[in-house]
Design a protein around this ligand. Structure first.
Ligand code: FAD
Length: 452
């Protein structure tokens, strides 16, 4: 791991998305939900949108019910607060060579950039020595090797138990990067079989116009009904009745593309109730906590390539590094914005403390790393609060050690109810956008088969 620059492989173009998160939802909000359709799709995140898109192309009548006043779910680009696109949820598409969403972006000619690979390691007030980069890099390699071995041997065990003792003074920082900051859960509570590899292919893609804005654009032309939280699903082998804020909807089949946490907290009741083993499977997955804090600075504040990662402080800092780590992206989306990420218990504490505390925490940490002169350029801040939002209640699903099979159990249909979302995604993309997308398409194909 080195502070290094790579030339951009794609030229920067401005993304001109006609359909951001506003236009289409406003049109749909005014309409009444129909009383009957072939397939009811619940949730307009990427999984629900993937399902609805596929079904619509097969001549099936669809209604997508969405609780929020916007679509895109946990992929969300805020364009209002800073007057600039800022991704407060999903940020980039990992392993672009393998990622099934990348061809869609390329076909649609959406402006995109490959992550430059810059990584700066800092201790308070100064850049870390090159030996520190090597030490942290070696510790991360050991963790990544353990992840790889666990996947090859299909070992559904705690990641912490599979990583050899790391003697480096950067061990806590490596654990934080692999645990709370990577999967939103402390290192010891993560199944090594479930957690994605740390680097993937090493090439990630980000969109200057915002990943959330692109996800929202996938809803163009679909019959989406906003501000229609679903509260009840009556299901059988013949069909489904969905109770929502505007009344009830009968459907021959239903795709439930709601977040795991909404299902786990009984946010939606099922009649008949879920069978015991299925409910048990639900309890075996955990909800990760990753939150983003965006700080706007005066233009030109950071001499850094777009999306440069900054991590620190390291050992010797006056914080519990393993628990309270924070990672920054300077010039996020190529703008004078710093995007800080926090994860795990620390993220949950900060969400409880409120947005102002989150902004202050990130601002102070950055000032400590880069020096007081940077704080004079600070303009404004905002933060996500996925953990406090009743329609997400966290960032994404994570299997406890020994619980990976729970995902398969939850993917099984109940009568004519089919399940989609990052928590039932194919193993290689679990908890990420491409997995949620693939699960939506799979659920739609299964519904089509049931209706044939
Ligand atoms: C901070 C953060 C960073 C992330 N970074 C990345 C990343 O860089 N790359 C990546 O690939 N993935 C990332 N992810 C994960 C990715 O965002 C998710 O895997 C993906 O968005 C999940 O899609 P989904 O359709 O399964 O769920 P969601 O996007 O949550 O969609 C579910 C929808 O259901 C709606 N809903 C909830 N309750 C109800 C109800 N009762 N009635 C009706 N509708 C309801 C919600 O409003 C939402 O629109 C990140 C997530 C977070 C939070």
């Amino acid at each position: 791991m080195r502070r290094a620059s790579r030339p951009y492989l794609t030229r920067r173009r401005l993304l001109a998305l006609a359909l951001g998160s506003g236009l289409l939802p406003l049109a749909a909000r005014a309409q009444a939900v129909p009383a009957k359709v072939d397939v009811a799709v619940l949730g307009a995140g990427i999984a629900g949108l993937a399902a609805a898109r596929l079904l619509s192309t097969r001549g099936i009548s669809v209604a997508v019910l969405e609780a929020r006043s916007r679509i895109g779910g946990r992929a969300y680009t805020d364009t209002q607060r800073f007057g600039l696109p800022v991704d407060l949820g999903a940020l980039h598409l990992r392993s672009l060579e393998l990622n099934p969403l990348v061809p869609l972006i390329r076909e649609a000619r959406i402006a995109n950039q490959i992550e430059d690979g810059d990584f700066w390691l800092y201790e308070p007030g100064h850049e870390a020595a090159s030996g520190d980069y090597d030490a942290l890099g070696a510790a991360l390699d050991r963790i990544d090797d353990a992840l790889n071995d666990a996947k090859t041997a299909r070992q559904d065990r705690a990641l912490a138990a599979l990583v050899p003792v790391m003697e480096t003074r950067w061990a806590d920082a490596a654990r934080a990067l692999a645990g709370p900051l990577h999967v939103g859960i402390e290192f010891a509570q993560v199944s090594a079989l479930d957690a994605p590899r740390l680097t993937g292919t090493g090439n990630d893609l980000w969109l200057p116009g915002g990943l959330g804005a692109w996800v929202a654009s996938l809803g163009a032309g679909l019959p989406i009904y906003l501000e229609k939280p679903v509260h009840a699903i009556e299901w059988s082998e013949r069909g489904v009745t969905v109770g929502h804020a505007g009344g009830s909807l009968e459907a021959r089949a239903c795709i439930v593309a709601l977040p795991l946490a909404v299902l786990a907290t009984n946010g939606v009741s099922f009649r008949p109730e879920w069978p015991g083993p299925r409910r048990e499977a639900l309890g075996r997955l955990q909800i990760g906590a990753i939150e983003r804090i965006a700080l706007r600075y005066k233009p030109g504040s950071f001499e850094a390539a777009p999306s440069t990662q900054l991590f620190g402080p390291g050992p010797g800092a006056d914080i519990d590094v393993a628990r309270q780590a924070m990672q920054f992206r300077l010039n996020a989306l190529g703008q004078p914005v710093v995007l800080a990420s926090v994860g795990g218990a620390y993220a949950r504490d900060l969400v409880r403390a409120g947005e102002a505390t989150m902004i202050e925490a990130a601002r102070q940490r950055l000032t400590k790393l880069l020096g007081p002169q940077i704080d004079g350029n600070f303009v404004d801040g905002m933060a996500s609060r996925w953990g406090a939002d009743p329609y997400s209640l966290g960032s994404h699903s994570v299997a406890r050690p020994g619980a990976v099979a729970a995902r398969r159990a939850l993917a099984q249909p109940l009568g004519r109810v089919f399940f989609a979302g990052e928590h039932v995604a194919p193993p290689e993309w679990v908890s990420q956008l491409p997995g949620a997308w693939a699960s939506g398409r799979e659920a739609a194909l299964a519904a089509l088969k049931a209706l044939a």
